[in-house]
Ligand binder design. Structure first.
Ligand code: VAH
Length: 325
């Protein structure tokens, strides 16, 4: 990878991936794009930025030609909860944007990263330590676009030789940019509320296990996969990756190690609970370990400590640091 164009650069993943790539490859070699411009946003101010609607094939092709990129990282998409509210738009955007990214990559011989999700699994999939290769019959529109996307990406690799690679992201937790419209967002919201109010009412119910990962590990995974020796890859779209699996009581217990008075309560959202119930409790990431050395560094307590320390600074809320019990 030498020159990279990113779509959805203002999103939860895109904002941190753009920053990391600019540090690694030089700001002049990273073209950040999104459908909207936000005045003063550090991603926009930090290097080359272009407005791009990923539904516009000619615009995507034109920017990749203009900047002579060799890699495209296509992150712009609707997430699970928003996708259930707007299923037709979710299909049009997620699949239309993906098809444009695949076609541009085919025409310009680009390396391509496409994120999938644990949402690509559904009922009938083994729920514990879900295998890399297993039944995929998701019951959300987001999940349907993810499993369809995986099949389309492997088709373009097999038929046209497009070097497209992807991971099935678990819930991603970060402090820099809020996620938008996901089911796992409770695991981000809880840290903000813990600092602001020392309590949180979860829209996901007690005992609901989902795979999760801290954003630094997610960014490392994208870069590691894209830099991996292609001869080692037995899979491509998409690799199971995860760092931990927890339920709301466990993240609450981790927070209480730092904020002892923190309390969690529940007001379950039936839509997002239904989505979470259709996903695995935990997935098996052994293929990613074996084929490109995936190795996440953050467990729950280390993530909690880092989240609280950084959010304390971001929100201007002092937070006495307690040694881990
Ligand atoms: C969502 N954060 O909740 C995304 C992700 C596995 C969850 O795909 O929709």
């Amino acid at each position: 990878m030498k020159k990279i164009l990113i779509t959805g650069c203002l999103g939860q993943i895109g904002s941190e991936l753009t920053h990391r790539l600019r540090v690694m490859y030089g700001a002049e070699n990273v073209i950040a794009t999104d459908i909207r411009h936000i005045e003063g946003n550090p991603v926009i101010e930090g290097g080359t930025f272009e407005i791009l609607d990923v539904m516009d094939y000619e615009a995507m092709l034109g920017l990749c030609k203009k900047y002579e990129v060799d890699t495209l990282m296509h992150l712009a998409a609707l997430l699970s909860a928003v996708g259930e509210a707007k299923p037709k738009f979710a299909w049009d955007l997620n699949m239309g944007g993906l098809m444009n990214a695949l076609e541009v990559s085919r025409e310009l011989n680009l390396k391509l990263f496409i994120p999938s999700s644990i949402a690509a699994f559904g009922p009938g999939t083994p729920v514990d330590m879900t295998p890399q290769d297993t039944v995929q019959r998701p019951t959300t529109m987001y999940g349907v676009t993810k499993v369809s996307g995986e099949l389309l990406c492997d088709y373009y690799f097999t038929k046209y030789g497009v070097d497209v690679r992807g991971v099935r992201f678990p819930g991603l937790i970060s402090y820099k940019t809020l996620p938008g419209g996901g089911t796992t967002d409770y695991a981000v919201d809880i840290y903000y509320e813990a600092l602001k109010n020392k309590k949180y009412t979860s829209f996901i119910g007690k005992g609901t296990y989902m795979d999760m990962m801290y954003m630094p590990d997610a960014i490392d995974a994208i870069i590691q996969l894209m830099e991996a020796d292609p001869s080692r890859l037995k899979h491509r779209n998409a690799f199971n990756i995860t760092a931990m699996s927890f339920e709301p009581e466990q993240i609450a217990a981790s927070i209480k190690k730092f904020i002892p008075e923190f309390e969690i309560s529940y007001n379950v959202d039936p839509v997002r609970q239904g989505i979470a119930n259709s996903w695995p409790n935990s997935i098996d990431a052994s293929a990613a370990h074996e084929e490109w050395d995936f190795n996440p560094q953050y467990d729950l307590d280390r993530m909690t400590k880092d989240m609280l320390e950084n959010l304390s600074e971001k929100l201007g809320i002092p937070f006495r640091e307690l040694a881990l019990a």
